[in-house]
Design a protein around this ligand. Sequence first.
Ligand code: AMP
Ligand code: MG
Length: 321
Amino acid sequence: MQTTGKAQVACLGMSTLISYTAYGGRAEKALAAARQETRRLEGLLSRFLPGSDVAKLNRAAGQGSVRLSREAFEALEIGQECARSTDGCFDMTVGPLVRLWNEGGAPSRQAIDAARELTGFSALRLQRRGRAAGLDRAGQSVDLGGVGKGYAADRIVELFQKHGVTSAFTDFGGNVAALGAKPDGSPWRIGVRHPLREGSLAGVLSVVNRSVVTSGDDQRAVTGPDGARRSHIIDPRTGMPVSSGVLSVTVVAGSSAIADALATALFVSGMREGMRYLARYPGTQAVFIDRDLSVFITGGLAQCFQAAEGFQTTVIQEENV
Ligand code: AMP
Ligand code: MG
């Protein structure tokens, strides 16, 4: 029988605001362990920390492979699987393009082509035996920004379970993973942000034991010196910031890493192709919000999505995609 004690902590990590909430007698201890574990995972996965596995892999580009921690290897494996399943819309080797677009200013066509030439997920080779990874050519680099927070959220949910917690959730800057239901047995209610109006919601999802991850333009859009807003997500097929016609994509899945990677991929692909990719991951569902703020949900969410006032919701049927 679970006691109803609630423990909650918010902190900065993985380049975002993180909050953990857990219920029950063991919640406090679990939260302290979660904070520590998140720091450890960031130390393995961040490309910005020179000692991380990802930084080591990037430094060794073109020079062979490096041995990785179990966690970094697993995150890369999930990412590569998603890259294959989404025809490269999700692609962790976008590192050179991400760097180029983050320099500020509008890069030249030549610079974009040169960076794009260095990308492509088949250049990232993973060897299960020896748990090693390598990038084919010098100048190539991987960026786990599209899957790392989801991967970490899965590990934290696992850690909660090990601590005997049965009701908890983590929020890594909008990347939410829920363990179990609320202590009273009712589902967690997770907001889907209004893609254009900060602080407002487009709707609410009711979920149990699921992760909910959104990719979109809103929070991390970059404004160039020309004043134009650009997505921080790159379309690997063109080398350009995404303009797929959707403002945000929210994916609901059992695994937060998969929800994270798929949300990024579906933001790149848009709804039509996105539905095909989603079908490759049984049990995953999505909410698309397009430029006119129309909301489209997959069939599995019909009972769990409640639109905010003023939002029209359409359940996507195979034939009208
Ligand atoms: P997310 O917010 O999960 O959609 O991830 C976006 C982050 O992933 C960006 O800030 C980049 O670091 C990286 N990224 C950008 N474009 C892609 C892409 N097409 N595939 C994978 N990762 C990407
Ligand atoms: Mg993502």
